[in-house]
Design a protein around this ligand. Structure first.
Ligand code: 5AD
Ligand code: SF4
Length: 458
């Protein structure tokens, strides 16, 4: 049978199940979570790209049967390897749980051993394994890419330009499709980034926003042959004539190290604005999300950023209603928001993405509950955004003019905290950076007067 064009090559999955109904159920779940990675069932070990032995400890001699099955599978794996085909062998279930170390010692051709609590991480384990073997994972993830996008970097870009410096992600958050759809983390060589930034500056860009799914994990090859982190790259970009403002998005708390934080105190072009998704304020949920940090780390980063750059504005992403989220977890999120004070934030109801580990977790939160929590969070975030904007009134700052405003004689621009700003002044052009005094906060923007002018009487 021929595959329709554009369909990823199917892989075959053989699951052998021993024991109780629970194991039968678990095998079905494993097949479900692997289907989006392109695995279709087979009964034939010789054609299986992946074999899972789902074992049972209770039955007498069960583990000896598993070992003799594994012996036959070694031969199958060798025959397939001779024909240029890989075979992933996994042992799951209670035997795996009890005898994991023995399995890897006695049968080193086994690629993964997983206890019953780790099935939801199967997609991650398979993806990591195929990356380690230098393969690209072909996914059947739904084409809709709601949570898998970076802002469009379309040309020509004008005074604010976007420049992708990093792609992909190795973090495997429980809810997220990016590690599967975008593949492994990759950083562009610094020389290529610098060349593109020069080109953008030559075309009139004054502000450059560096993009990447994990931009602060940037570790590109430097022109000096060394690996450059983001701080080094930012320093080089700040020296390009015409580049007056720099920022980067999206960052992960785990990669926000002291070195990069220091950059915010020493590079004047770096804008005092940081988008740093935390997702939740609950340590329990951060663990369930596989985020690799706790709420305390996020709080420490915010404190240190504000220590080196006191006017730093914070932005974040939140997910409400991840599987297992209790009211108490939600309250931890509210507390973190209250303590931090965000200038801007994006909050989402958790939505199960087929093939991601969280989609198979128990404790899915009812829709009505998610709605109620999201509304409460968004009300608080809106309040904070308004408070932040109100607090800006009276400040003097540099605004980057981006184009004409809505009314004749009016100009539109961006503050250093990325707020849209409106001002009157005919003498300026897009790309100019103008010293202003912020004079009033509207719902989604601020108005400003030239710093040397008095505001018009009301
Ligand atoms: N459900 C809800 N929000 C999600 N995000 C990513 N995946 C999901 C999901 N399955 C959100 C995260 C991320 C932002 C880009 O989208 O908050 O930071
Ligand atoms: Fe997705 Fe970001 Fe987590 Fe990577 S770090 S898995 S892109 S949410």
């Amino acid at each position: 049978m021929t595959e329709p064009a554009g369909t990823p090559p199917r892989k075959k999955l053989l699951i052998r199940t021993w024991g109780c109904q629970m194991n039968v159920y678990d095998s079905a779940r494993m097949a479900d979570v692997l289907a989006p990675l392109g695995y279709a069932p087979t009964e034939d070990a010789a054609e299986a790209d992946m074999v899972v032995l789902n074992t049972c400890h209770i039955r007498e001699k069960a583990s000896e049967k598993v070992f003799s099955d594994l012996g036959r599978l070694r031969d199958t794996k060798q025959r397939r390897a001779a024909a240029g085909k890989d075979t992933v062998i996994a042992v799951a279930g209670c035997v795996a749980q009890a005898e994991g170390a023995e399995i890897t010692a006695r049968a080193p051709w086994v690629d993964m051993v997983l206890g019953p609590q780790t099935y939801h991480r199967l997609p991650e384990m398979v993806a990591r394994l195929s990356r380690a073997a230098g393969q690209v994972i072909e996914t059947d993830f739904p084409a809709e890419a709601k949570f898998d996008h970076l802002p469009e970097a379309s040309a020509p870009q004008g005074p604010i330009a976007f420049l992708t410096v990093q792609e992909g992600c190795d973090k495997f958050c429980s809810f997220c499709v990016v590690p599967y759809t975008r593949g492994a983390e990759f950083s562009r060589p610094a020389a290529a980034v610098i060349a593109e930034a020069r080109r953008l500056a030559g075309q009139g860009a004054r502000e450059i926003a560096l993009l990447g799914q994990n931009v602060n994990a940037y570790h590109g090859e430097g022109p000096d042959g060394r690996v450059w982190g983001l701080r080094r790259l930012l320093r080089a970009l700040a020296e390009i004539p015409g580049v007056a403002r720099l920022r980067y998005s999206t960052s992960h708390p785990r990669d926000m190290d002291d070195d990069l934080i220091a950059a915010h105190g020493e590079i004047p072009a770096l804008l005092p604005f940081m988008h740093l998704p935390v997702q939740t304020g609950s340590d329990r949920m951060l663990r369930a999300m596989n985020r690799g940090h706790d709420a305390a780390l996020f709080r420490r980063i915010v404190d240190r950023l504000r220590a080196v750059r006191p006017d730093m504005a914070l932005s974040s992403d939140f997910i409400i209603g991840h599987p297992g989220e209790s009211l108490r977890d939600f309250e931890d999120t509210m507390a973190l928001v209250r303590d931090t004070g965000f200038a801007l934030a994006y909050s989402f109801k958790y939505s199960a993405r087929p093939g991601t580990p969280a989609a198979g977790l128990p404790g899915q939160v009812p829709e009505a509950e998610k709605d109620a929590r999201l509304q409460a969070l968004q009300a608080l975030l809106r309040e904070q955004q308004q408070a932040f904007n109100a607090d800006c009134v009276g400040r003097d700052c540099d605004v980057l003019i981006t184009g004409p405003g809505r009314y004749p004689g009016q100009l539109a621009g961006r503050s250093p905290w990325l707020q849209p700003v409106h001002l009157f002044g005919n003498e300026f052009l897009p790309g100019d950076i103008v010293r202003v005094r912020l004079s009033a906060a509207l719902t989604n923007s601020l108005s400003a007067t030239l710093a040397h002018q008095e505001p018009a009487p009301a």
